[in-house]
Design a protein around this ligand. Structure first.
Ligand code: HPA
Length: 267
């Protein structure tokens, strides 16, 4: 049996057989939504091969249960490329979601903004992304399936559902392009200017490898950024991980309302 099938069996034994309708990956400072799920929490340390998710602001556990009447599987912590140099570090958790029968994935992250109309505390729905980190989580994958089409990687139907939910909550959810930088250092002002010229609206250190892996596995996905700061050089505020964690709750409360409405409306 494959590792993901074994882990899926372990999770089903503890959390029940019904396939989660949605997988959710929670970004820096956004982890508390996992606490709202009525279900079973399994620390990553009990799931062999799951990443240790060593970045503060993340809660490394999988929670399977009900949220707004839907069965969900929440990955409370993610591992990043910059922790290990492995862009495929989230492959096993995503394979496990797939093995559990999950077909849809909502990703969240904290990001820096390149647009004056997206200040700290704003949300941005990813319309598309740029894999600027220059690597790919499918490097080394031997099967022909590695040639994944990425048109509409950010699923139009899921995006429409999230926009409807945001409108119903009276929360602005503009769309934009997210540019993946490897981190862990933040960008220079010149890199931020370059990203803007390339067509990006926000920058961050996650999500893109997970979207590529999710599309490889056939999961439909959509992602939302919580803007925690203006990109380097665009404002006087100092950029730091502490600042990211401090600012994430500003947008996280709005994001939680959108996600609850989205799940409840049955998109
Ligand atoms: N750059 C990259 N990642 C980030 C930022 C940023 O400015 N803010 C939050 N995550």
């Amino acid at each position: 049996m494959s590792r993901s099938a074994e882990l899926a069996r372990l999770i089903r034994d503890r959390a029940g057989d019904a396939p989660p309708e949605y997988g959710l990956i929670l970004g820096s400072g956004l982890g508390h939504l996992a606490a709202a799920v009525q279900g079973v929490a399994i620390p990553y340390s009990e799931l062999p091969g799951f990443p240790h998710a060593g970045v503060s602001g993340h809660v490394p556990q999988l929670v399977v249960g009900q949220l707004q009447g839907r069965r969900v599987a929440v990955l409370g912590g993610r591992a990043h490329y910059y922790e290990s140099g492995r862009a495929d570090v989230m492959r096993l958790p995503l394979e496990v979601l797939k093995a559990l029968g999950t077909e849809r994935l909502i990703l969240t992250n904290a990001a820096g903004s390149l647009r004056a109309d997206l200040p700290p505390g704003a949300l941005m729905l990813l319309s598309d992304h740029i894999a600027f980190a220059g690597t790919n989580p499918l490097i080394g994958e031997p099967s022909e399936a590695r040639f994944v089409p990425m048109t509409d990687a950010h699923d139009p139907t899921l995006r429409a559902g999230l926009k409807t939910a945001a409108e119903a909550e009276g929360i602005a959810l503009p769309e934009g392009v997210y540019c993946w930088f490897s981190g862990p250092s933040f960008e220079t002002p010149a890199e931020i200017r370059a990203a803007r010229i390339l067509g990006a609206d926000a920058v961050g250190m996650s999500t893109v490898p997970e979207v590529i892996l999710a599309r490889f596995l056939g999961l439909r996905c959509a992602a939302v950024s919580v803007i925690t700061n203006m990109g380097a050089g665009l404002s006087d505020e100092a950029i730091s991980h502490d600042h990211t964690k401090a600012m994430a709750p500003l947008g996280a409360a709005k994001l939680e309302r959108i996600l609850r409405r989205f799940l409840g409306q049955g998109a």
